[in-house]
Design a binder for this molecule. Sequence first.
Ligand code: GN1
Ligand code: MG
Length: 529
Amino acid sequence: MSLHSAFNKYPAPSGINYAYGTAGFRYFGDQLDSVAFKVGVIATLRSICLGGKTIGIVITASHNPPDQNGVKVVDPMGEMLPQSWEPFANQLANTKDWHQFNQLVQERLPENYLKSRDIVPMVVIARDTRQSGPRLVSAVIDGVNALNGHITDFGMLTTPQLHYITRCSNDGSFGVASEQGYYNKLIKTVTKILQINNYDCLDAVTVDTANGIGGDKLQKINALNHVMSFHVINGDTAHPLRLNVDCGADYVKTNQRLPHGVGNPIPDQLYASFDGDADRLVCYFMDKGGKFRLLDGDRIATLFASLIGGLLCHVKGIHVTTAIIQTAYSNGSSTEFIREKLGLPVYFTSTGVKHLHEKAIEFDVGIYFEANGHGTVVFSKKYLEELKKYEAKNSSEQVAVDTLILLVDLINQAVGDSISDLITVLVALKLMKKSVEKWGDDYSELANKLFKLKVADRFVFKTTDAERRLIEPVGVQEKIDEVVKRYSKGRSFVRASGTEDAVRVYSEAANEDDCTELGEKVCEIVKGI
Ligand SMILES: CC(=O)N[C@H]1[C@@H](OP(=O)(O)O)O[C@H](CO)[C@@H](O)[C@@H]1O
Ligand SMILES: [Mg+2]
């Protein structure tokens, strides 16, 4: 099909202004056909501009309701589409006129390509379990084919698996570019870590997979190995309308309670939840007093920092920089714990892993997590080089060095990954001989609450300082400051969501009542605009 015919096949609906947000284009599934076709075109153009590197596309709306969907572009090393391409993506997505569309496309084609056309653009795609997924994949395929690109459809995968495959397609040293390659790398690495540390297997764990794709993938891992075992709950992918309903990482984090389907939890035992596309992880347990204790992204970051920091302590003479990257949604207590107890620097970026990732790669060990459980660790070349040339003085040093090297393969550096993050949590607890109870006692969270408000136009809310302060509408931040200072340990901020048509208000304070009151007052300020 020619580009012109494909353009006519997918007319952009009127009345929607598409915006490439925190996680790509995200709308109701039936509003995305034209966008999916255009993202096929964008990914192909991106591949051409990068000399034929493989670009990834994921069709998912993650933790959002089943009738929504999203289209996101993955860059060659598994990172998000660079922000410099977002205005172009928006322009293309909103163009209804063929001539304008064609002109935009032609302008993006590099001169050398126009002369020789000797680049074969490469695209890989996968989707989650949503009903609108197959239709949107077809639209993407039409977009890629219209520019003579080559596309491989990997069917249903977790988002991180597609990031992994994209990266492997461009960098063979990362692994084999297939779903099986992903499992092989993970299982081989875990088995090796356990073996050198004298353990047979990891503890079995119950995982709520939000009735999303993660459940099927954990079952595959169960069938493939003897060192890990996952008891999957909310693993019903046959009924896509159950996706994320009363379960999953977002439900658990937002409501701070157990997901549906856990039954009677065993006290002090670890449980975990993924989101619908398995790139977020939250853990939790019921303590002996019957209290629900959440172990969210902030906790996972501190656990990973303790594991890596502890191992690095054994390896004297290695100089690597370590930092933790958070967003404004991270609990103030976690920031204090990292700075004061772990002695590590903390940096803040805007919401969205692309921002955290960008900052994290400035360090040899960059640990980044959003409080909602989305995050990973990135390691520099120097980290690996220093460890590989290190001459251990005794066997325990050697074990520490080898474990640190293996962590590079265990943690999915391309992107936050529920599966690899969960396995790393289990490894960390085992190697540090730490109980969940002890993990939960690292620090106590300040009371916190997240509010979502519908407003006439969320784009009037403009922020600065890693989204912690409003610069527009003018004068609103001063009103928020005035309220915040009345509460002990009070903190509150307002920002427009990048994935929903809403404004989010976050509040934090020394106790629940203050936190609720503070949040409600800030909501009143926003409603009064
Ligand atoms: C408060 C919150 O959890 N925001 C989420 C949410 O973004 P918003 O821009 O807040 O809608 O979805 C993003 C994509 O999954 C995730 O990166 C981010 O952390
Ligand atoms: Mg997700």
